[in-house]
Write a protein of this length. Sequence first.
Lengths: 107, 437
Amino acid sequence: MIATVNRCHLAALILLIFVSVSWDVFAGPKASRKTTAESSGAASSDSSMELSGEELWSNNCLRCHNIRPPTMYGNAQWDVIVHHMRVRANITGREQRAIVEFLKSSK
Amino acid sequence: MKKIRHYYLAAVIQSAVLAAASPVARAQDATTDGYVTRKEYEELKAQMLAMKKELEAIKKEKGAVPKQESAESQAVADLHKEVAPPVVEPEGPLLGTTKFYLGGWAEGMFEARNGRVSTFSASFNPIFLWELTPKLLFESRLEIEPSGGGTNVNLVYAQLSYLLNDYITLGVGEFFSPSNVFVERFEPQWINKLPDRPLAVYHGILPNISVGAEVRGGFPIGPTRANYAFYISNGPSLNAFDPRNAGTLDFNSYTDNNDDKAVGGRVGFLPIPGVEVGYGFETAKPGFQGTTFAHVRSLVQSVDLDITRDSDLLKGRINLYAQYAWSKVDHAVYDPDGSLGFGPLAFTSKRDGGYAEVAYRPTKMDMDFIRNLEMVFRWDHLSRDPSGLGDPEERRWTLGLDYWLSPSTVVKAAYEWDNPRGEPNRNALLLQAAMGF
């Protein structure tokens, strides 16, 4: 049993190292990665404190599921849905407000 | 002075004569032939005076109505003030009168598994969200599915949460256990990329649902982010009377069996957007109060990894999800007097299991049909039941292909190689359609 657990931990560690090392290879050229941020006039920093509503929406929602277009719901519905997702995904109040603002302004 | 008086007297007399003569002159001018008699003049004068009086009477009558109405309105307003409290305009929406959203998902599935009868199944899972105020949210989900000759309706969760500030949320009720990342984030079938759920984290080692209170939130740390969720709940109960699952934890018992409360939580760290690593735990006394198992303690731990990345090189999006969990229940003697037919059986219960899943969707390809496809591969594992008398160790490999009809509507097909150690395989063909709304 202990040997099995150790093997699994070792495999997980190797996988983590592999992903870390190959990160830029998977992501492709850096210039193209900035497209979304630049098109929305967002800050170029990776800091979550400086990400735009669009980037926060994309980064947080896509991690679990496909994103739904802003036009799919009304403003009041987005208020409720993003409130729900704030609790579920542990995003901050600032991030919640930025995402809601982006969704409402993108219609 | 005397001379001045004479001038005044002459002026007054002259004015009186002119005043007396002028109506006569005007009356004379008003006739067709240039002259009217004194009698005609007097008749016209009388008619004019009568009309003048009539006009004044009408004016008075007309002017009295608004005054009367305004007096009545004032009386009603005064009465309203007496019986009704003053209306205070709220700063935000009134409690209980605000935003409601009905969402959820539905699915239909076909499963053909080796050694079992093939079957269709279906479920409808409505989610109710009420934002009572911008800080207060109630959410609940039902699971409705056909079963036997009827329909099962289960309350999956029901939680009231309050946003204390930007970084802290308080919650109470029945909620997904934060240490179980799969259940909390990927369990809805329009999100889960394969038709079935992974071993160990869904059924087995980790808690799915907790009844209690929690505190959770997220916060930035420089350019990185972290999140947390800690809770206190009724906790699991210890299976002690069935030889097959003796020493395992039952997380589906939502009412408590002792005064001890389970404490658990999870902390997550996001070094860069799209990458999260986490550690979760839950410790409890799962034994029934008053039994020899009352002081037995359990500890469940897990690690998880979540990576999402858009790749220009691979022309698509990659998701990697993994979670591994292990549990320990203190040394205990099951069926100590042999009355249950399998004891005495003494052991420290240990289990482990988890899964790793990789999905690739070519979102940057030109053809719509190709862009809507997603390939999924999953490995999952669950160790044997700790008593040695139950289920054997199980490993599965699953390969799936999804087609996305919309962002939240998917058709899935998968084949699962399922190999319980020492038993015939349980390989399965799984087909499913799911829609989130």
